[in-house]
Ligand binder design. Structure first.
Ligand code: ASP
Length: 356
């Protein structure tokens, strides 16, 4: 019965309620925290100037503080993940939103996904070209549609219909730095095609094998962004947002918008967000594989994450993951020279790191 109706009932019955006791609040846990990544890859001191490193650290710190403020204020893991990712999407330095990498046609096609560990609700978008913050559209898919994943033009029609989703021209995402990266990747692609032709093999990049796909990302800096969080209510959430890989084919979709590959969260186990060469991460089912080891084998989170990443490596894939479990244990393994990453656990000092 509603509290006021109950009190009214007592008054009508001639009984005065003893004392005004507040309704019981759900148990709040002091353990909360979040972990974020801004992509893994060949990120070394030699190829990052001190100025650029300072800018990356500033972005990572701002994103971490925004997410942590949500958690510290008693907000949900889901809101913390979105607050964090939006900041990284708006920064020109990461491969998500503004500053995303370009596909082979010189356009940005963005992917994002989000999962709520409390209910296993999830939302994702793939190949969107006009949505300023794809993570907000992933949330709309989760909360305002009966579906989990929308792709391409349909995703954008859905954005127009639900309203409140900022749409921008594709040029908003494109930066000079990404154009230069695309030109370098395409040069390498041509060189590979010529080598194959000289060997008498099939000529076009369409026939490239997966081993030759490093023309996708010639510098092997992935730059996707992601966040996992545990809130004071004991709920986990995870989200990932990306432009995919430089010089990808039109319509190519990576692991980031795929629930179970790039993103996964379940209160019973853990929350995971991945970054790396998506073709390998999809085939290992990375995010769910980590959660499954925690669930079925009772493996500690760090062990599960390392184990899954070893499977990716065995296939030939590079990258990293971030993960947090319901006890606040975290793991941030990567098999590349660097990964933009940061974490802040309740009662501890925030930490930001880039290199191995
Ligand atoms: N995993 C992303 C993809 O393959 C790339 C990245 O992590 O930067 O689309």
């Amino acid at each position: 019965m509603h509290l006021r109706a109950f009190a009214l009932g007592l008054v009508l019955a001639g009984v005065s309620p003893a004392a005004e006791t507040p309704p019981p609040s759900p148990a709040m846990s002091p353990i909360h925290g979040l972990v974020l990544h801004g992509g893994a890859g060949v990120i070394t001191r030699e190829n990052l100037t001190p100025e650029l490193e300072a800018q990356y650290r500033e972005d990572l710190g701002r994103a971490l503080a925004a997410g942590h403020a949500v958690l510290a204020g008693g907000g949900t893991a889901l809101d913390a993940v979105i607050a964090t990712i939006r900041i990284l999407e708006d920064s020109p330095r990461f491969n998500a939103g503004h500053g995303a990498v370009l596909n082979g046609e010189g356009r940005c096609e963005l992917d994002a996904s989000l999962m709520d560990g409390r209910t296993l609700a999830a939302g994702a978008v793939a190949g969107v070209t006009r949505v300023r913050n794809p993570i907000t559209l992933a949330r709309a898919v989760m909360e305002r549609s009966p579906h989990v994943l929308f792709a391409g033009a349909g995703a954008e029609r859905f954005a127009e219909q639900v309203g409140g989703i900022e749409l921008v021209p594709n040029e908003y995402f494109q930066t000079e730095r990404r154009r230069e990266e695309l030109l370098r990747a395409q040069k390498k692609e041509r060189e590979q095609a010529n080598r194959r032709a000289a060997l008498g093999g099939p000529g076009g990049p369409v026939f490239a094998t997966i081993d030759e796909n490093d023309s996708l990302d010639v510098e092997r800096k992935f730059g996707t962004v992601g966040c996992v969080a545990l809130d004071q209510h004991g709920n986990l959430a995870a989200g990932t947002s990306t432009g995919g890989m430089t010089n990808k084919k039109f319509g190519r979709v990576g692991d980031s918008p795929l629930i179970g590959a790039g993103t996964y969260a379940a209160n019973a186990t853990c929350a995971v967000s991945a970054t790396g060469h998506g073709e390998y991460f999809i085939r290992v089912g990375v995010a769910r594989d980590i959660a499954a080891q925690v669930e079925y084998l009772g493996r500690p989170l760090a062990e599960a994450a390392a184990n899954t990443l070893a499977k990716v490596k065995a296939l030939g894939g590079d990258g990293g993951v971030i993960a947090i479990d319901r006890s606040g244990n975290i793991a941030l393994p990567f098999n590349t020279p660097g990964m933009y990453r940061a974490h802040h656990l309740a009662g501890q000092t925030p930490e930001i790191a880039i290199f191995r």
